[in-house]
Design a protein around this ligand. Structure first.
Ligand SMILES: NC(=O)c1ccc[n+]([C@@H]2O[C@H](COP(=O)([O-])OP(=O)(O)OC[C@H]3O[C@@H](n4cnc5c(N)ncnc54)[C@H](OP(=O)(O)O)[C@@H]3O)[C@@H](O)[C@H]2O)c1
Length: 245
């Protein structure tokens, strides 16, 4: 069997890097999407040192041309893509320090725009660029890395005391809607489109205040990437399985 071709955006560190490590250990060729060539090459070299077939691919998800150029290169080198993990994401506040969290009433619209640029519009740009390659796979998989903070029923519950990060939380809610929209279009094809909620993991995103190791969250993302033919599409999945949007 030929190796799976897996592209992960924002794979130079954090959950994306650990997901690349897990899927690379499965035998996949992992394409390390990163906006910085230095960081991307370095991450790929670390994984190659572990015996994983890892290659850097430059993608800044906020620059659609970079996704299109990456798709062209992947098409030339591999002819198809089996798994796309839309992992690159930002928060626009220092979520590690509740004192720095800007309440919604004082959030500048530009901050919301910045979060949506990466976390939502970036996913649309990369997905649309990669879909022709995913259609050439016998079992294409798209995994959008969401968050429990996207869940309106959860964050809207008076008993919820997690961070009220308007730009981040609303961008991840929109990402969930984006996931369902693609799943609807691609129903009836072999491509499955799901969202993964990795849980609160220690990464640069939260100043390493997350309570679980990045590898544990990455395992959730990897499991969604590995879903078989009978797995769901248009679902949100965390470590306990499918959960309500
Ligand atoms: N950590 C958690 O607790 C947690 C929980 C739920 C969901 N998530 C989600 O998991 C994903 C990964 O986050 P993380 O925790 O691993 O954070 P992280 O360590 O800060 O990694 C984020 C990655 O995204 C990349 N990135 C940001 N903007 C980009 C752009 N415009 N183009 C390409 N890459 C870009 C970063 O690249 P640079 O190095 O160049 O900045 C980095 O590789 C995010 O979508 C996040 O929302 C995280």
């Amino acid at each position: 069997m030929t190796a799976q071709i897996v592209l992960i955006t924002g794979a130079n560190k954090g959950l994306g890097f650990e997901t690349a490590r897990i899927l690379g250990r499965d035998g996949a060729t992992v394409l390390i999407g990163a906006r910085s060539a230095g960081a991307g090459e370095k991450a790929a070299a670390v994984l190659r040192g572990e015996g994983i077939d890892a290659r850097f691919v430059r993608i800044d998800v906020t620059v659609p041309e970079s996704a299109e150029a990456a798709a062209e290169r992947i098409g030339q080198e591999h002819g198809r893509l089996d798994v796309l993990v839309n992992n690159a994401g930002i928060t626009t506040t220092d979520a590690s320090d509740p004192a720095t969290i800007t309440p919604p009433s004082r959030v500048a619209p530009d901050l919301v725009r910045a979060a949506f640029d990466t976390n939502v519009f970036g996913v649309v740009a990369v997905t649309n660029a990669m879909l022709p390659l995913l259609r050439r796979s016998p079992a294409g998989r798209i995994v959008n890395v969401s968050s429990h903070l996207s869940l309106l029923a959860r964050v809207g519950d008076p008993s919820f005391h997690g961070p009220n990060l308007l730009p981040y939380n609303t961008s991840k809610s929109a990402l969930n809607a984006v996931t369902v929209a693609y799943a609807r279009e691609l129903a009836g094809t072999p491509i499955k489109v799901n969202a993964a909620a990795p849980g609160f993991c220690a990464t640069d995103l939260n100043g390493h205040t997350g309570v679980r190791p990045a590898a544990q969250g990455a395992a959730v993302i990897a499991d969604v990437a590995r879903l078989g033919a009978h797995g769901p599409t248009g679902a949100l999945i965390d470590e306990d399985g499918r959960i309500p949007w």
